[in-house]
Design a protein around this ligand. Structure first.
Ligand code: NDP
Length: 452
């Protein structure tokens, strides 16, 4: 049987774009790709990239404060949201075009429309056209999930945060995950009065407890009101804004409510289950280690599979898929020891096991130090950074590293290489310090603070 394409990719986000580019550009496959929204997907258009630019924008007031302490005379500062948003939109247009051109240059045929599956080798485009492919890759990502409470429609999601007509004076942020905590810090940095409510005991569930506490303390010190053990029961439009009634009995008015209550895989209406593709409880596509679904011609990568929902993971899964299916090199991406950063203020970088998870697994030693870094101490700020290593008592391997500090994301990337290579605590100790830095503490902690 002949097909229109060797590969048809549904979804032009991080995973789909990488798979299409490698299959076509490196392995000479005939590839088509359909994207119903903007090329680049969540990360580029409504996630990591615009978020990080907002993180940068929100960091200036603190930098201005610090500059004063270092002897700079500061002029009056004012943030022009509309000007920033305009520049952001221009940058996203540029990036979208770059993604588009990369694919076109690799020989991929682009279809700017929605695609759904008809059979294991056939997709239907929203234009009515049907195309056949030997292999189909589902890389449709995810979308924000908003709990069904009265007035839920009054809340915005992260999708809308980059297009706000104006910055609010008072914002309520619901959720305790990456998105909620990052936007709490961004808005706070931009001068918005921020309240964050989270139903659990401490924000950033899943991260190391000590590190989570450290981040929360830093956020509160920066002026964010964090109310844990609290959830929103209902929202109502008022003449002055949005009234939020929470489970702790509070009844307050805000100008903006952001629901950052998780994401769901985009599988609805694709026709996957009808073809025999297995879906999980949240609708995620179930795949094996080579990203193959229960239907052999259909693979899936990225957030739609709900494995680890991070851009670099989707990219590696997409690349591994293309190498496996078109390059004759069976490659399974290893989901162990994936480092990540939460771009809060203070920033959190983490790789490997938390102290809590490691303790469950084997006897451990914990090395940790919290201190005021030179830069902010000089400026008279109380900010403290945290450097923490979780070490196996049996093998001496560093099982986890958790950093709460400026540029923790940059630092954890480096630590992740050593830990991925199986570095022991003694390897860290043999490494000579770089002075004066914050990260030198990672190689100078001599005594465990705890054993377990
Ligand atoms: P997360 O799953 O990280 O957090 C969702 C939050 O919403 C949790 O605090 C959760 O509470 C809460 N929640 C879920 N359902 C409800 C409900 N019905 N009522 C009240 N609260 C609820 O999702 P995010 O949207 O923050 O992020 C999605 C994914 O995107 C992350 O998993 C991450 O992988 C990725 N991401 C990564 C970033 C980075 O690398 N820096 C930045 C942003 C996103 P509970 O903990 O109790 O379940």
């Amino acid at each position: 049987m002949t097909f229109d394409y060797d590969l048809f990719v549904i979804g032009g986000g991080s995973g789909g774009v990488r798979a299409a580019r490698v299959a076509a550009g490196d392995w000479g496959a005939k590839v088509g790709l359909a994207e119903e929204s903007r090329m680049g997907g969540t990360c580029v258009i409504r996630g990591c990239v615009p978020k990080k630019l907002m993180v940068y924008a929100s960091g200036f007031p603190a930098a201005f404060e610090e500059a004063r302490a270092y002897g700079w005379e500061m002029w009056d500062t004012r943030f022009d949201w509309a000007a920033f948003r305009g520049r952001l939109e221009t940058e996203l247009d540029r990036l979208e075009n770059a993604y588009r051109n990369t694919l076109i240059n690799a020989g991929v045929t682009l279809h700017d429309t929605r695609a759904t599956l008809v059979d294991p080798h056939r997709v239907r485009l929203a234009t009515g056209q049907e195309v056949t492919a030997k292999h189909i890759l589902v890389a449709t990502g995810g979308r924000p999930f908003v709990p069904d409470i009265p007035g839920a429609e009054l809340a915005v999601t992260s999708n809308e945060m980059f297009h706000l007509p104006a910055l609010p004076d008072r914002a309520l942020i619901v959720g305790g995950g990456y998105v909620a905590s990052e936007f709490a810090c961004i808005l706070n940095g931009l001068g918005v009065k921020v309240t964050q409510v989270y139903r659990g005991a401490q924000i950033l569930r899943g991260f190391d407890d000590e590190a989570r506490g450290h981040v929360a303390t830093g956020m509160q010190a920066a002026g964010i009101e964090i109310r844990c053990g609290t959830d929103v029961m209902r929202l109502e439009r008022t003449s002055g804004g949005i009234r939020a009634v929470t489970t702790d009995g509070a009844d307050r008015e805000y100008d903006l409510v952001l629901s950052a209550t998780g994401r769901r895989p985009n599988t609805e209406g694709l026709g996957l289950a009808e073809l025999g593709v297995r879906l999980g409880r949240m609708g995620e596509v179930i795949v094996d280690r080579f990203s193959q679904t229960a239907v052999p011609s259909i693979h899936a990568v990225g957030d739609v599979t709900g494995r680890i929902n991070l851009t670099p993971v989707a990219i590696r899964e997409g690349h591994a898929f293309a190498d496996t299916v078109f390059g004759g090199r069976p490659t399974a991406f290893d989901h162990e020891l994936v480092a990540s950063a939460v771009f809060t203020q203070p920033e959190l970088g983490s790789v490997g096991l938390t102290e809590e998870a490691a303790r469950e697994q084997e006897p451990i030693e914990v090395y940790a130090t919290a201190f005021r870094p030179m830069r902010s101490a000089f400026a008279g700020h109380g900010d403290r950074v945290l450097m923490k290593l979780v070490v196996s008592r049996a093998t001496r391997k560093v099982l986890g590293c958790h950093i709460v500090a400026p540029e923790a994301g940059e630092l954890i990337q480096m630590a992740a290489i050593a830990i991925r290579m199986g570095a022991t605590k003694e390897d860290f100790d043999r490494t000579c310090a770089v002075h004066p830095t914050m990260a030198e503490e990672l190689v100078t902690m001599r005594k465990p603070v705890r054993t377990a």
